[in-house]
Design a protein around this ligand. Structure first.
Ligand code: SAH
Length: 236
């Protein structure tokens, strides 16, 4: 079954963009996923196909009109797909959520521009807001690509080696250990001996220790959650 993505945007030409390259692009060609980018402007029956207007109550910027955005949404066949508005006010996207999204039949993504969407269309159409991080982009298109790239690489048949997916940062609850490849010595720096020892148990132990140390140092929030989870999982 093809994972079906529909994107509502003022810039449909931005797609597939980078999603047309490498393993994600190959998966698109192989119909593991599909992409339909619809121009929100095509759903405006206003003068000059206008899609935005000034904010009620005054202030800077423009707001996307609820009637135009609703017409675009209503033209899409939803088919049990989640309806998501990429927005800095949304719940931050996590690997756990990405995994869940990858188990759906597809997704409908709304990309905002200007100050964003009129609140009423968010309520009336039961739109969920998802953020890709605590910073402000100029529009939702790059955010939609981030979400899609993260989801598509998890679809069966997209990434060659499924073991490499489950060892990734966040999948185990920790950040990933450091990687090395040839040459064995580079600028006087050697690959850690243990990785060349052929002792799989010792390698696994070293990687686990590295993961723990890096997570503890860089992401105390993730570290604490992991400690709590591993304590809960272990009988005393
Ligand atoms: N006035 C809004 C920001 C608008 S930015 C606010 O302060 O919350 C314009 C558009 O870019 C948004 O409608 C949204 O679709 C997109 N966008 C900006 N930052 C984002 C983020 N961190 N995650 C997801 N989408 C984002």
């Amino acid at each position: 079954m093809t994972y079906q993505s529909t994107i509502l945007t003022l810039f449909p030409d931005a797609f597939p963009g980078i999603l047309g390259t490498s393993i994600i692009g190959r998966a698109l060609e192989n119909e593991i996923w599909s992409l339909e980018a619809l121009d929100i402007r095509a759903f405006s029956d206003h003068k000059h196909r206008s899609v935005d207007d000034t904010p009620a109550g005054g202030g800077a910027g423009m707001v996307l009109r609820p009637d135009v955005v609703a017409s675009a949404i209503d033209a899409v066949d939803r088919k049990d797909r989640p309806l998501i508005y990429l927005s800095p006010r949304g719940k931050p996207l996590s690997q756990a959520r990405v995994r869940k999204l990858a188990s759906d039949p597809g997704v409908i993504l709304i990309c905002g521009r200007f100050e964003g969407l009129d609140e009423r269309v968010i309520e009336a159409r039961g739109i969920e807001e998802v953020s890709i991080g605590d910073y402000i982009l100029a529009g939702g298109e790059v955010a939609a690509m981030v979400l899609l790239e993260a989801v598509v690489r998890l679809l069966p048949g997209v990434a060659g080696n499924h073991d490499s997916l489950s060892e990734e940062s966040f999948e185990s609850g920790l950040l990933e250990y450091p990687h090395y490849t040839r040459p064995r010595v580079w600028e006087d720096r050697s690959i850690p001996d243990v990785l060349l020892s052929g002792d799989h148990g010792a390698v696994a132990k070293w990687r686990q220790e590295q993961s723990e140390a890096i997570t503890k140092q860089r992401r105390p929030d993730i570290w604490e959650a992991w400690v709590k989870k591993s304590k809960a999982g272990k009988p005393d």
